[in-house]
Write a protein that binds this ligand. Structure first.
Ligand SMILES: Nc1ncnc2c1ncn2[C@@H]1O[C@H](COP(=O)(O)OP(=O)(O)O)[C@@H](O)[C@H]1O
Ligand SMILES: [Mg+2]
Length: 219
């Protein structure tokens, strides 16, 4: 199965959970590839962390231009990074790259950029991209203060987009969050899609360990 992975924000564990999903589906015997259509922000060694991690969790090697059609060095909003680079992010190459990957694997996990509603060019945003890809969505909720509103607004907007929310993951990014279980329960009461797993805070984040926390038979 193929999914669009979104999150309540940037830096809340979309890449970790995307990799966990890839490991999980790979363990079921599937050929899996992670895709990052648009990335912004290079690390100190000149690499794009998300792309490196998704490739490491994939068990099929594919062309980088398909895995990651658009990459921008500055860690800024993607439409601004594109503007600075003098280019426009277009959907056609992303959709073509996705089709190429989909032919090479049983499962493609497409990691979104930032949160759910991120501008990509003058006229289109990441919701339009998810709609163009027409994939079921998995939402990662970064469990920290403020996440309830972010999560519920995102769930509402996914429903308004006409796409299906296949499930959500509670990712405990804040080790010290008070009343974490109660917050997760509050979301469970309000989100009809299944909770696919609670990933605890990990001192050394490990996608394989996170994979063990997911219950994918619900999707
Ligand atoms: N469950 C977790 N426990 C501890 N650290 C986490 C957890 N999930 C993510 N992180 C860390 O938080 C940071 C952001 O995670 P990442 O997956 O890159 O988020 P995103 O893709 O949403 O930007 C990374 O340093 C990652 O290792
Ligand atoms: Mg990421």
């Amino acid at each position: 199965m193929t999914y669009f992975l979104t999150g309540t924000d940037t830096n809340i564990g979309k890449t970790l959970i995307s990799c966990a999903l890839l490991h999980n589906f790979a363990a079921q015997g599937q050929r899996v590839i992670g895709m990052k259509p648009v990335v912004a922000g290079v690390n100190a060694s000149g690499e794009y962390d998300d792309v490196v991690q998704l490739c490491a969790a994939s068990n099929v090697s594919a062309a980088l231009r398909d895995i990651n059609p658009y990459a921008f060095a500055p860690a800024i909003a993607p439409h601004l990074a594109a503007q600075q680079a003098g280019i426009q992010i277009e959907f056609a190459p992303i959709l073509a790259a996705f089709q190429t990957l989909a032919q090479q694997a049983d499962t493609v996990i497409v990691e979104g950029v930032g949160g759910w509603h991120v501008p990509l060019n003058e006229a289109q945003d990441s919701v339009d991209l998810a709609k163009a890809l027409n994939l079921p969505v998995i939402l990662v909720v970064g469990m920290r203060l403020g996440c309830l509103s972010h999560a519920l607004l995102t769930v509402e907007s996914i429903a308004a987009s006409g796409l299906t929310l296949a499930g959500w993951v509670a990712n405990c990014v804040d080790e010290t969050m008070p009343m974490r279980e109660e917050n997760i329960a509050a979301l469970q009461q309000r989100i009809t899609a299944p909770l696919l797993g609670i990933v605890p805070f990990q001192r050394v984040p490990d996608a394989k360990m996170a994979a063990g926390c997911l219950r994918l038979w619900e999707i």
